[in-house]
Ligand binder design. Structure first.
Ligand code: PGA
Length: 255
């Protein structure tokens, strides 16, 4: 089963729309056509910069996809301050990050809500990037696999195998995010394989097509060791995606 690698830069609450334009252009200068043949690349600026990013990407025909960092589960209504999947689709957004651990811990998003958001994203023909991962306490209590399987089955509840086949899952151990403590590649491979088995058990062939990324302190020095693992299909990159030179090195992990 060959799955095209995917590198997603999650900018979190960084970069205004002017900085975004510069970052997208710089990144495009660092990458060539053959890079895009090998890897799918996406950036997730804040909502306020999506329109500017879309304009640059389309005007300059840059094959970098646009991702959003979050979405509301309803398509419209009285939800002050929220953004719908319909609105994101109109901005040519391709991927939407759902259930990031910062949303789970700081904004109390649970698996049922993640599932509703996944469905809202799919309904607009965009691809959810579903984040799962254990906290340090859960890991130390030996609950890692249980947590991953619970989060995955919760997020994928009532989806069809066809819908699941197009999904992206990001395994992000919470203790490895934004720290210098990236997870061991062997350990990530083992966890990611368990995640895949869980998806295959529920959705047959669909599970083989799901791209599973690793996230947690990925940088140009460690990306190659993750990409060498059979079940790791790319990365969700936070800090190292804010500098276009550095992110380009992550994207070109073989160089
Ligand atoms: P990091 O963030 O690369 O800065 O660890 C990853 C993420 O939160 O998606």
């Amino acid at each position: 089963m060959s799955r095209k690698p995917l590198m997603v830069g999650n900018w979190k609450m960084h970069a205004n729309h002017l900085e975004t334009i510069q970052m997208v252009q710089k990144l495009s200068y660092r990458l060539d056509g053959p890079d895009f043949d090998r890897v799918d690349v996406a950036v997730a600026p804040p909502f306020t910069a999506l329109r500017s990013a879309q304009t640059v990407l389309e005007a300059d025909r840059i094959p970098i996809s646009l991702a959003a960092q979050n979405v509301h589960q309803e398509s419209e209504g009285a939800f002050t301050g929220e953004i719908s999947a319909t609105m994101l689709a109109k901005l040519s957004v391709s991927y939407v990050i759902v259930g990031h651990s910062e949303r789970r811990s700081q904004f109390l998003e649970d698996d049922a809500l993640v599932n509703r958001k996944v469905k809202a994203v799919l309904a607009e023909d965009m691809t959810p990037v579903i984040c799962v991962g254990e906290t340090l306490d859960e890991r130390e209590a030996g609950q890692t696999d249980e947590v991953l399987i619970r989060q995955i089955s919760g997020a994928l509840k009532n989806l069809t195998p066809d819908q699941v086949a197009g999904l992206v899952v990001a395994y992000e151990p919470v203790w490895a995010i934004g720290t210098a403590h990236s997870a061991e590649p062997d350990d990530v491979q083992e966890r990611v394989q368990r995640c895949r088995v869980a998806v295959v058990d529920s959705f047959a062939d669909g599970g083989e097509h799901v791209r599973i990324l690793y996230g947690g302190s990925v940088n140009p020095g460690n990306i190659g060791s993750y990409m060498a693992k059979r079940d790791i299909d790319g990365a969700l990159v936070g800090g190292a995606s804010l500098d276009p030179d550095t992110f380009a090195m992550v994207v070109r992990y073989w160089a």
